[in-house]
Unconditional design. Structure first.
Length: 337
């Protein structure tokens, strides 16, 4: 464990991930940092100003924005499909799937898109807006990040998909009750490894969760009215007080008690203490490599953690992207053109 920690501490974290990344073989265009430097030079500033405006009024907006990007990339890749509305011809869209019914922050995306359309009509994709707001949200929420400076460079050049399926969302989104083997499989399907899984799980450093996402751990983990043995008993008791057996579906609990708006390493400290809110959080300790990373990160600095998080976010943001002539640039993020 100590040897791995030293190796990790000495590893070089590459933040300047600016080399182009090829999309589908049929799509000659590439993802790159600064894709809109000629077509819409103010694109990233416009998105940033939009996020900052909402954050100044409600700091809790950061977690929903980060979650939107995750939920987009795990279904059909990072193509903005999570933003599409259900229509009479399309069938239920991703946002109407059970795992997505608690998603929030769509209004921020819509506001950013409206501002971009006013400045650069038909240029910036909704998929890229999702990637940018996720970065900006983390930057604003990161403890000690004076002024909320950007913490990693986002590769852009994605185009928007035209298909959104609730059934695909149910099949592809990682469950809060998943064990490690399932999580590893789902992350691998997006080109992400165990290191990415452990680091991106750190997104749970901010935000809240509805009781339904973890109540099974408290009352009926194996179907026999028992509690999840991987959950600290005292923490389980506190959670039961907040979420009684007949809990209100609107009741929420902070992912990190007392720190739901501060992006730091406290999440990993909780997992080590068996106080991860989701079974999928505690599942990280089921694997030697992931567990070693959890122990390393719980003692790491916020700066080091966020650097690593940024690298894995860039990797996730390449999943299943549409580039070139594939897809479209939506005028309204909730509707295909």
């Amino acid at each position: 464990m100590q040897l791995l920690a030293k190796l990790l501490a000495l590893s070089v974290v590459v933040l300047a991930l600016s080399s182009p990344i090829a999309g589908d073989a049929n799509c000659p265009s590439l993802l790159e940092v600064g894709h809109y430097r000629q077509s819409c030079p103010a694109a990233e500033s416009i998105v940033r100003a939009t996020v900052e405006g909402y954050f100044s009024r409600d700091p809790t907006v950061t977690a929903p924005l980060l979650r939107l990007h995750f939920h987009d990339c795990f279904v059909r890749g990072c193509d903005g499909s999570v933003l599409l509305n259900t229509t009479t011809t399309s069938g239920p869209a991703e946002k109407d799937a059970m795992p997505n019914q608690s998603l929030d922050g769509f209004y921020v995306i819509d506001a950013a898109k409206a501002a971009l359309e006013s400045q650069c009509p038909g240029v910036v994709s909704c998929a890229d807006i999702l990637a940018l707001v996720a970065r900006d949200a983390v930057s604003l929420a990161t403890a000690g990040n004076t002024g909320g400076a950007s913490l990693w460079e986002v590769q852009t050049g994605r185009r928007d998909g035209r298909v959104s399926s609730a059934a695909e969302a149910v099949a592809n989104l990682p469950s809060s009750f998943a064990d490690f083997a399932k999580l590893k499989e789902q992350f691998a399907s997006k080109g992400l490894n165990v290191k990415d899984l452990a680091i991106l799980s750190g997104a749970h450093a901010i935000g809240n969760s509805h009781c339904a996402s973890f109540a099974k751990r408290l009352y009926n983990f194996t179907g026999n009215g028992d509690a999840d043995p991987s959950l600290d008993p005292s923490y389980a008791a506190a959670l039961r007080a907040r979420c009684p057996p007949q809990f209100d579906n609107a009741t929420t609990v902070e992912m990190v008690p007392g720190s739901s708006t501060s992006f730091d390493t406290d999440y990993y400290k909780l997992v080590v203490s068996r106080k991860g809110l989701f079974h999928s959080d505690q599942a990280l300790l089921q694997d030697q490599e992931a567990g070693a990373l959890v122990y390393f990160l719980q003692g790491s600095s916020t700066q080091d953690f966020v650097q690593r998080f940024g690298v894995s976010m860039v990797r996730m943001g390449r999943a299943g992207v549409l580039t070139g002539s594939a897809g479209e640039i939506r005028k309204n993020c909730a509707l295909v053109n």
